[in-house]
Every structure is written in C-alpha cells, then in structure tokens.
Design a protein around this ligand. Sequence first.
Ligand code: GLA
Length: 738
Amino acid sequence: MAVTLQQTLIDIDEEQLVFHLHNDQISYILGVETGNVLAHLYFGPRVRGYHGERQYPRIDRGFSGNLPNTTDRSYSKDDLPQEYGGNNTGDYRQPAAIIRAANGARTVDFRYQDCRMEAGKPELKGLPQTYVEDEDEAQTLIVTLRDATLGVTLELAYTIYRDRPVITRSARLINHSEQAVDLEKVASMQMDLPTQPLDAISLPGSYARERQLSRERLHRGVTQFESRRGASSHHMNPFVALADPNTNEFQGNVLGALLIYSGNHQISLERDPIGQTRLTMGINEYNFDWRLAAGDSFQTPEVAMVYSTTGLNGMSQTYHDLLRDRVARSRYKHDLRPILINNWEATYFDFDADKIQSILDAAAPLGIEMFVLDDGWFGHRNDDNSSLGDWFVNRNKLPGGLADISKRTHDKGMRFGLWFEPENISADSELYRAHPDWVLGVPDRGRTLSRNEYVLDFSQPDVVDNIFEQMTAVLDKVPIDYIKWDMNRNLTEVYSPHSDSAHEGETSHRFILGVYDLMERLTKRYPQILFEGCSGGGGRFDAGLMYYMPQSWPSDNNDPIERLKIQYGTSLVYPISAITAHVGTSPDELLGRSTSMKMRGAVAMSGTLGYELDAAQLSDADKQAVKRQVAFYKQHRELVQYGTFYRLESPFESNTVAWMFVSPDQKEALLFTFVILGAVQPEPHITKLAGLDPQQTYVETDTNKMYGGDELMQLGLYTTPVQTSDFTAQVHYFKAKD
Ligand code: GLA
C-alpha cells in the first residue's frame, strides 16, 4: 500500500507487514506474524523506526497448542503478544471476542487480511468519541482481520494525533456470511504488554465516595475492573492506568486507557504464566448478547490511550486537554463556566415561588451568576415517590409556571437552569399509567425499585421520542440556559418487553444508545444550553457523557474533606472545567462534619464553583465571605478551569494535600494547600510547587512576597499543620514580576 499522506504519522512496511504509528512523542507498533496473526510489538516513547529484527522468542511452551496444519511446536498463540486474541483456538488468555456461530461453536480466530489509511478520524455513528477539527491533526490506520469460517471481518481502527501522546482504538465487526451470528463479547481493544512489573491504578468508589484512587501491583491471574450496573457507575470508573512501579505524580512511565462509554464496562488485566500482561477493555460481556444479522455490522465504543513518561500528572494533563478539546463538543467547552446556586440542599422538595425569590434576592448581590431549580418542579412531585416521566410544571408549587421562575431569575441578571431525570419513571405518574409497558422489566416477575423509581426502556425509540417531545415542549417555551441531567438509579431486570428473545441480550447496550440519541438530539437542538451530567452525584462521570455535556456533578458529598479525595481521584482523568464543586452548609448535609467557609470555599474553587445552600439563610459574615469567594473566583477562574493542573500531595497518602494551576504562559499560578488534621508539635512540612518557569520571579500578590520559580519548586513553602485547628486551607496566588 502506498503511503500518500503528507508528513505521515503512520509508516507501513509492506514487505514485513509492520505498522508504525508515531508522532514526536510516542510510537505504537504492530505487525503480522506467522499464520497472519496480528501481533503487538510496542507502545511507548517514540522510536525512529522498527527494523523488524527483534524476534519474539520461539519456545515450545508445552500445553500451548500450535497453529492448525503446522508442525512448528515453538509458535503458539498462547504466548505471542497480540492485538486482538481469539477464542477457543489455543490462546487460553482472555479473549477479545466471543462469537457464537449458527452451529453453536464459539470459536474465533481472526487473521490479517489487509489495511488502509485515512486522513483524520472516521466518525463512529451513534457513539461518543474523540474527534478532529482538522483532517491534518490525526491519521487513522484500519487493519482488517478475517475469520474465514465465520465469514466475519474485524476492522481495528487506530488513530494517532499529531500533537498528543494519544492513540485511540475501536473495533468493528461485519458479518459477510449468509447467517446471523451472536456476539457474546466484543472488546474495543486488547493489547499484550511485555513481561515487566506493573501497577494498576483504578478509580473505584461508591455513592457519595466516587473515584477513590487505588493502586495495586499486578499478580498472576486476572484482575478485573467492571460495572454491571447499566451505567459507568460510582463504583468503578471505566479507566485504568498501568504504571512502572517507580511512577509517581512527576516521573515514571504510565499508560492510561479510558473507555468512552457510559454503560456496563469491563477492563481485564491478565498476567499470563510468563509475566506478560493482557489488557482487554470494552463493553462488559455480562448481560450482552448481540445478534448480528447477515450483512450487519457492530461498532464498539472507543478507547483513548495515553502514554506518559512524566508520571501521572503528565498522563492527566494529556487527558484533560483531549477531553476538553476533542471529546466535549458544547459551545461552552472553552467558556468560563457560570457560578451557580442550586436549591436542592436548601429546600429539597419543599419550595414555592416565594421561597425561590428569596434565594434569588439573596444570591444575586453576592455575584452568583446562575440559579438552578432542582428536583420537584414537575408533575405533583413533593417527595421522591412520584411524577418522574411527567415533565410538565407543578402549578400548585409554581402557579406562574417555569416561565415565571425563568423571568424572575433573568430579572436578577442571573441565568436560569433546570433539573431533569429523563431516563426514569415513577409508578405514580401519568406516563406510567398510560404506558406501563415502557419500563424495563421481565413479564410476570417483580421489578426492583431503587429510590422508588423504575427505568424507562430507552432501547425502544418510541420511548425516547416521547421524552424528547416532553422536554422540547418545556425547552421551546421557557428561556432556559442550563440543564442538569440526572439518573438516580442503576438498571435491573434488564429486559425490553418490546424486544424478542433473539435480541434481548442487546437491551443494556441499546439502552445506552437510546440515551446517547436523546442527548444528541437535545444538545444539537439547544446549543445555547449548558448541559451538566449527574447520576446521584457522580454515577456517570465518564468520557461518554462529556461528548454531550462539558461538565458533570462528581458527587452528592459536599464535605470538603471527603471532596479532597473525590476531586483528586477525578482529576486523574477528567479536566477541572468538567468537575463541578459546590460550597455546602456546615455541618455538612450528608456527613454532619463542621468545616470553615474558607475550607469549603477553597475546595469548591478548585473546580467549577457553585453553591448548594440557602443564600437567604446565610449570616451576614457568611454572605461577605461568599461575596469575596465569588469575586476571587471570577478573577481566577480562567486559570482554574483552563490552566495546567498539577497534583502535588495526595489525600490518599498524607495529611497535607496540595494542588495547583499554572497559566499556559507560566505567568500566573494558583496554589491550594490543605491540612486535614491539626497536630500538637507538628513536623514541619514543605510543599514544593511545580510547572513554574524557574527563571521567572513571582510575586505573591496578597503579601507582596517575592520568590523565584526555581525557589518555589526546589525549596518550596512551609505548609505545617496548625496546632489548634483541623481542616485548614491556604490559597496562594503568584504572578510573574514584569
Ligand atoms: C441526585 C443529585 C442531587 C439532586 C437529587 C435530586 O441525588 O445528585 O444533586 O439533584 O438527585 O433528587
């Protein structure tokens, strides 16, 4: 195949069938081995080229079978590092795909057929994904493999960006045979890493304790990180990093893999008997069985892989830029995000127009820019037992309707935002009474309630259309600037009454496709609306959602000490502009812990700031404090939301927590330090800064103190615990001296 693209990012050695994707920072190399098996050769820092001289050791492993019709006992798919392993044909490691043929055989054996290159990046229909704005910024290699017996081809797509250490991968299966086949598992990617010690870094959690960073050395056998909840979940984010054991925030090699998907996911890491590690990532095979008719194709979601030689901060900064610039599509993706106040914890369901007016009256003079009317404005919802599915205003509570609330908010010079939970339904709703069959559930079997809600069958286009129409009826009429899109339960009894037995295994993926369809239609129709994702806090804080919504609510937990961990873990992958953070009350609503306004403010100002309290109830002193926070944040929010973020000291490891933001020109920096517990006779603690220009002199504007960039990074500053207080925060702003 001729290489025709200018300044190609992909070299193809046609003789040896070796493919080398490269930019200034990274190389990814794959090649075709004996028997046309597609082998993984390398992913890491850039190499100039690959001469093909490094041969995988040929050793008869015993009990590792060899290719059919060969006598070479030293060559086995059971140990060869591969790009997409088959099933039931002598590779006993985790399969990338399991396909059931019409005769019941689950045997999969893909061999190389051919390849092609494309400028830019082809679109994946109906799925969230990374994209290019200009064809020249990336190139895509599509390698086609074929299972001749099944009559199914597999297209593996690899995109490399010119200026980012990023490779994206996805897979597409096409059934060229005359018969349907059933897909029991189709991973988005697989890759076998060479024998080496590796730490797996993941983001497990729970409701109100999302994305707690976890790190463990990989041992023999399979380690699996997954969600079976029908959502990416609070419990395990669809992300893993594989790091050299010496990797820390600033040094070491680390490979990140992020699935751009919001449903069930499965990340498996298998350390094989000779120490190699197989990484497999994609839609979870649990509850998945996709009937692929003759002539049809199936496209997997995409994985975005990052390679960093500068530790975890390097990896995170690449993800932050990628997600902000080439996953988020909203017109707000580079805009300063408004400071909002939300009435949820102020009122819960108990509000009326007067109550809202009192919040508006109190919030506007503080400089707050947007009011969000949360749950409880629709149907006859006065608690969480009714009305989901009835997206029309509750006139008992709001006699003037939403238009009145919108006007009251706009009259105060603030933007108006509204809460929806489009995917769920209450049994006590008009929608349920009209369409009881629109709910996920197995006939003659009880349905599991969660928060007293059922889940609408979004695998069915009619159901999605109905919610679309109900929402547009509101949004076409009322001036609305922002939507908080919630999803307050996980899926159970995943069964669509309108599907048939051959297709039931498709329901959980089709549900997510239905959700994406609704999000696509609404975000396209209302480009002026800023959308924020939410799922009982951060139950769907994933890259799939970011394609539609540039920000998400990471947790219902507003306690600043708990938030240190949640925000630190979330920042491993997701950009700060996407991480909303609100100042709540003290004592905290969920935990009951008391903390200062300064502590709560400093944590919330480390993300996209908002307030989750009743502004009308604040003391005068707290009002003044909020006013100062808002003014300070407005002055610095560009730096916070779009600067380069450095994690300095981790709440998972120490009593002192620190992070900072540096402007792209290194002329400004904002440092936040937190000490969790005070101490008697504390050890002196030094925090060293990062990312500054060592040659530059910086002034701390509050104190007029002067420091060299090198001084701040090498000598650092004292952040010693205070003897008398727990939960303290310091904020330092540095500006380069002209
Ligand atoms: C979820 C959200 C909250 C709030 C409630 C309303 O829990 O995370 O912020 O919107 O739903 O029911």
